[in-house]
Design a protein around this ligand. Structure first.
Ligand code: ZN
Length: 336
């Protein structure tokens, strides 16, 4: 496809040098440069999927622990009306607190222009908007067609250009791999939407397996097609583990060229329709997979697992998932 502006998102990433030169306290050797970006979405996707509301002080402690573990991008909140999602009523306060972590890009989900205004006013450093590839899901979720959502994204981009030109805007194409309401979502619908969004000036366009229906062959095929459609604007793989395929799908996305992965500590959120299944891909297991393969994430797994403590404290009784935290790290980790 021609006529697209050159990709700019890599230049906007937080200072990679900072994390590349971060000193591992245990052996005082510099950590290798990260090769993939793990974008933690637990404080947003995870928390908005559980019934309980996490007290603000616990949220802040949890985000501090995630930053200490070496995460470089955290989706900390969703800017939606508090009467719709009381779990996110403290979004502005959470963003403002999280900004103290220089070297971590603080991201917020915004469903519309009003949300974007509030998120930018709070100081969010990256915005993400969900656009459903399934019309049925889009109508049920935001009472707008996917095309009307593209117009909303255009309005957000205009606002961004006006008041916060350095802030990247990402779109996650939800239900990209299937929809519980509509069933199959044609791949052409996904690619057409991505094309329009790229033309509108979105900085990154990712694919979300909102309902956990994707399989590795499909994930690889669709991400490859997305790369041919929009090139380096191709963004994150946002995968859910509803049917246990989260990690397999992440690996398939990696093999297709994806280098940004959304995941959630403890797989927070679960899935009401799949007892025993985590919600998002579990960050601890995803980091373990990449690190074990020699693909550096910049994340310290011991500190990452320690970040489960403030999460547990803030949401007592909420099930947390993850195989790596259960069994622990191999004996000689990380001396590879
Ligand atoms: Zn999700």
């Amino acid at each position: 496809m021609s006529g697209l502006k050159p990709p700019t998102y890599e230049m906007k990433l937080p200072n990679f040098q900072t994390s590349a030169c971060r000193i591992n306290n245990s052996d005082m050797t510099p950590l290798p440069s990260p090769e993939v970006l793990i974008s933690e979405v637990g404080p947003r996707d995870g928390l908005q999927s559980v019934k309980a509301t996490m007290p603000t002080a616990d949220k802040l402690r949890w985000i501090d622990a995630l930053a200490a573990a070496g995460l470089r991008e955290i989706e900390v909140a969703s800017f939606v009306p508090a009467q719709l999602l009381p779990q996110m009523a403290d979004a502005a306060q959470v963003v403002q607190h999280a900004l103290r972590h220089t070297g971590v890009r603080i991201m917020a989900l915004v469903p519309n222009l009003r949300g974007a205004q509030a998120a930018l006013a709070a100081g969010a450093q990256k915005l993400t908007l969900p656009v459903s590839a399934s019309s049925a899901h889009s109508m049920a979720n935001v009472r707008k067609t996917p095309e009307a959502m593209v117009d909303e994204v255009r309005a957000v981009l205009r606002l961004r250009d006006e008041i916060a030109p350095g802030v990247p805007v990402e779109v996650g194409l939800s239900t990209a791999f299937g929809c519980t309401l509509q069933g199959t979502v044609p791949e052409d619908d996904v690619l057409r939407l991505a094309h329009f969004l790229a033309e509108a000036g979105v900085d990154e366009i990712g694919l979300s397996d909102t309902t956990g229906m994707g399989n590795p062959a499909q994930v690889k095929r669709l991400f490859k097609a997305l790369f041919s459609e929009i090139g380096a604007l191709t963004g994150a793989a946002h995968l859910h583990n509803t049917r246990g395929l989260g990690l397999a799908n992440a690996l398939a996305a990696y093999e297709a060229g994806v280098r940004t992965f959304d995941s959630s500590l403890g797989g927070l959120g679960g899935c009401p329709y799949a007892p025993g299944a985590s919600g998002n891909v579990v960050t601890e297991d995803l980091v373990f997979m990449f690190e074990a393969m020699g693909i550096h994430t910049g994340i310290d797994l011991d500190l990452l697992m320690a970040a489960r403590a403030p999460l547990r404290a803030g949401l007592p009784g909420e099930p947390l998932y993850g195989m790596t935290p259960e069994v622990g790290l191999p004996k000689d980790w990380p001396s590879r």
